[in-house]
Write a protein that binds this ligand. Structure first.
Ligand code: ZN
Length: 524
């Protein structure tokens, strides 16, 4: 198989999976299709909804169509895209067991022409004792090992599932061990219950643990993730494939999906959507329909918004604004906002996955934006790599002027000119949220020349900025003078430095400031 990366942002990526001559762009959502209850006919999925992949259950198909000679999956479903098949593991989760052995279901998936296929793993489930979780991890690994001789030399892509539930040490072990085996794709099992209970922070820890321990070059699937509001965050964590029956199941309960959350259809006064279903209809039009007809149309709407959200996510990767989208979507549910805070713990890894400059200015909305790769990377590079010019033994920290780039500010240029006799000795650095210190030399480079930050600064942003400044000053000691204005950021910096360096309060970068700085320069 080939998995070719085209673009990336955070740990998210746009890739191309090639299987059996078919190409699939990722991240991709696959609707769950039950061949016995076809809510939307599969032959409409590609053309009308843009679904290039679907997932169906090989176990159910085997139970119902085993005796059909030469059964071929794509023909049965009337779908010419990529077909992924689950193995019946979900039925193990629900019913405790299945009436099929692993060799039988592997053989069946090969026979019916599945493109992406799953071994018969043992899902961890939820609310089970740790011993049971350990068993599901060990048993899945054993089955994976046993499956290897059965799946080698097949054109199918084979999925090695990762178990462990909320026990992160077991998730890590499961991901690492199965990652050592030659599977094409990995998948994190059992997050469905976590999502149904809105335990998004737990999901983030599970998903990041699996991602960081599985081979990064292989596509990874998040089983059962189908609500569009979770896509941006899941893709940011490096997940490539998603499946769910939510579009159809929610429709049965007349629940209407949007990327900001779910509505009960009966509560809708308007249809806040431009999809082909909603565009020319009002809620009354749908209410007047027979129930099954209304539910079918809600399912179609649900699938349209699900697919549209994936396009939005891909565009965000392309333009390098995925974190902004994650922040926006996280506002849709309090638990999603909590999950965003959990995700911020992993900002180091998100930064490592992100490419550099994508030509776009950066917005900082509030402290959630502190996890942006540009902030993390800037500070890391400053502390690790930046060296002040060798001849300069004194640093002057200055409150930032109003306009960027700071080094071109008229007042600053004038000050520099008037202190010209010290120019060989002095390096100017700006005190700037959220970065920390911006040496004059870096003030016209990315990302410090192209960003906007919402003011007034919040508490966390001030603490973060001051923390960055102190980290830099401590790692690179030099004579330092601080010329500060009375902003909350400056006040906090002065407070935390506690008199360690001489500091002068200035109103503007003007003549008075010059005199005050000069006085310090002559005594330091
Ligand atoms: Zn719609």
């Amino acid at each position: 198989m080939s998995f070719e990366l085209r673009d990336r942002d955070l740990l998210g990526r746009i890739g191309r999976i090639t299987v059996k001559g078919k190409t699939l762009e990722t991240p991709a959502f696959m609707p769950v299709v039950n061949p016995l209850i076809e809510t939307i006919l599969p032959n409409r999925l590609r053309k009308e909804f843009g679904c290039d992949i679907l997932i169906t259950n090989s176990y159910i198909i085997r139970n119902h169509f085993q005796d059909v000679p030469d059964l071929e999956l794509h023909k049965l479903l009337d779908f010419d895209g990529v077909v992924m098949t689950d193995s019946g593991a979900y039925q193990i989760l629900v019913y405790g067991e299945v009436e099929v052995t692993q060799p039988e279901i592997i053989d069946w998936q090969k026979k019916i022409g599945s493109d992406i296929s799953v071994i018969l793993d043992i899902p961890t489930g939820w609310d089970v004792p740790r011993e049971t979780v350990e068993y599901t991890v060990e048993e899945t690994l054993k089955r994976a090992e046993a499956a290897l001789p059965l799946i080698e030399d097949t054109p199918n892509l084979w999925v090695g599932p990762i178990q462990g539930g909320k026990h992160l040490d077991l998730v890590a072990k499961s991901a690492k061990k199965i990652g050592e085996m030659p599977f094409d794709v990995h998948a994190l099992g059992s997050p469905t219950e976590v999502m149904e209970r809105y335990m998004y922070p737990v999901l983030v820890d599970m998903a990041m643990t699996a991602k960081l321990n599985a081979p990064i070059e292989r596509p990874i699937h998040l089983f059962g993730a189908g609500h569009p509001n979770i896509f941006a965050m899941s893709v940011a964590m490096g997940y490539d494939l998603f499946d769910s029956a939510a579009y159809a199941l929610f429709a049965k309960d007349e629940r209407y999906l949007t990327n900001r959350g779910t509505y009960l259809f009966k509560d809708l006064q308007y249809l806040p959507c431009g999809c082909p279903i909603c565009r020319n209809r009002s809620p009354e039009d749908l209410r007047d329909m027979p129930q099954h007809e209304r539910q079918r149309l809600i399912a179609e709407h649900n699938l349209h918004v699900t697919m549209a959200e994936m396009q939005t996510v891909k565009q965000a990767i392309y333009e390098g604004s995925l974190w902004d989208l994650v922040e926006t979507r996280a506002k849709g549910h309090a638990e999603m906002t909590s999950a965003l805070k959990t995700l911020s713990k992993y900002s180091k890894y998100l930064e490592e996955g992100s490419p550099g400059f994508k030509g776009k200015g950066i917005f900082y909305y509030d402290y959630h934006s502190l996890a942006k790769p540009e902030v993390i990377r800037y500070q890391r590079k400053l502390v690790e790599n930046y060296r002040k010019p060798a001849n300069k033994d004194t640093r002057i920290l200055l409150t930032t002027p109003n306009r960027k780039p700071y080094s071109r500010n008229q007042g600053f240029k004038k000050l520099k000119k008037e202190l010209k006799e010290y120019s060989d000795r002095v390096e100017y650095c700006f005190i700037a949220a959220p970065y920390g210190l911006i040496p004059e030399n870096l003030a016209e480079t990315y990302p410090t020349s192209q960003y906007q930050i919402a003011e007034p600064l919040d508490y966390e942003t001030i603490q973060h900025t001051v923390g960055n400044i102190i980290e830099y000053l401590e790692k690179h000691p030099a004579k330092t003078i601080i010329a500060y204005k009375d902003t909350p950021l400056d006040q906090e910096l002065i407070k935390q430095l506690d008199g360690k360096y001489p500091a002068v309060l200035i109103n503007e970068i003007d003549n008075d400031a010059k005199e005050a700085i000069l006085k310090q320069l002559t005594t330091i």
